[in-house]
Design a protein around this ligand. Structure first.
Ligand code: NAD
Length: 260
């Protein structure tokens, strides 16, 4: 159990981040939710999580492209709850295009949110973790942190960068009670992937269901989506005492994608 620990989960208003926040709340963590979206829906999510799990849940709307807001979110969590024990760097966006046609502003946004935000949040959280002599940093990378696909230059570069940063963080904190690991999911059916399924359906002139099967067949041998709940359970394990010697690792959860 992680009773009384404070967990900051970036990009947790939907998808994988919300699955991780739910799993950590179920272990007794106080949660700081973060992400974009409709204010009423976010408040509903916050209240439901707090009531269903019986823990304190706060929301911070820090924009992951803004280093000052990221640092203020981490410090704010420590002031509000007394510590910043667990940091899950999960916020992410996708843009698909050939390198030649890739818009510069999309490159900058993908790198800022999927990679630089991890550095800024980690830099802000480490002093609190060192003071406590305990900490868990989990970076949600991707199968694309280990292997590449065409038309995803910024995403693949950012996710490989996230894996590298995970290793450096692990080395700088080794033996201090702090661990840092990357989770590398394959396809998970979240809003980020739903947009890619819709684009494939339009390109292939087929149904959404057929496009989802095509998407899986191309990369994921299990031909089944990973779920946010499965990733939440893996994150909770990485926070447990059984995982205290797991650091600097990449945890694939990808239905066999990177075994090929
Ligand atoms: P999602 O679109 O459901 O969630 C992304 C979250 O990030 C949302 O809460 C969104 O509001 C937040 N976000 C986006 N831009 C932000 C910003 N500027 N500031 C603050 N928050 C911001 O997508 P998801 O699939 O749950 O993705 C979560 C993470 O998992 C991402 O890092 C993604 O790259 C990674 N991932 C997803 C898959 C997949 O198949 N869905 C696979 C591997 C890795």
């Amino acid at each position: 159990m992680l009773q009384g620990k404070t967990a900051i989960v970036t990009g947790s208003t939907s998808g994988i981040g919300l699955g991780i926040a739910e799993a950590l709340a179920a272990q007794g963590c106080r949660i700081v939710l973060n992400g974009l979206g409709d204010a009423t829906e976010i408040e509903d999510t916050r209240r439901e999580l707090a009531e269903s799990k019986g823990v304190d849940v706060a929301y911070d709307g820090a924009d992951m492209t803004r280093p000052d807001e990221i640092a203020a979110m981490v410090k704010g969590a420590a002031v509000r709850f007394g510590s910043a024990d667990i940091l899950v760097n999960n916020a992410g966006i996708q843009h698909t295009s050939t390198i030649e046609a890739f818009p510069r502003d999309r490159w900058d946004a993908v790198i800022a949110i999927n990679l630089s935000a991890i550095f800024h949040a980690t830099q802000a959280a480490l002093p609190f973790m060192r003071k406590a002599g305990w900490g868990r940093i989990i970076n949600v990378a991707s199968a694309h942190g280990l292997v590449a696909s065409a038309n995803k230059s910024a995403y693949v570069a950012a996710k490989h960068g996230a894996v590298g940063l995970t290793k450096v963080t692990a080395l700088e904190t080794a033996g201090s009670g702090i661990t840092c690991n990357a989770i590398c999911p394959g396809w998970v059916r979240t809003p980020l992937v739903e947009r890619q399924i819709e684009a494939l359906a339009a390109k292939e002139n087929c149904s959404i269901d057929e496009a989802a099967v095509e998407l899986l067949k191309a990369k994921q041998p299990s031909k089944q989506f990973v779920t946010p709940q499965q990733i939440g359970a893996l994150a909770a394990f990485l926070c447990s005492s059984a995982a205290e010697q797991i650091t600097g690792s990449t945890q694939s959860i990808d239905g066999g994608w990177t075994a090929q």
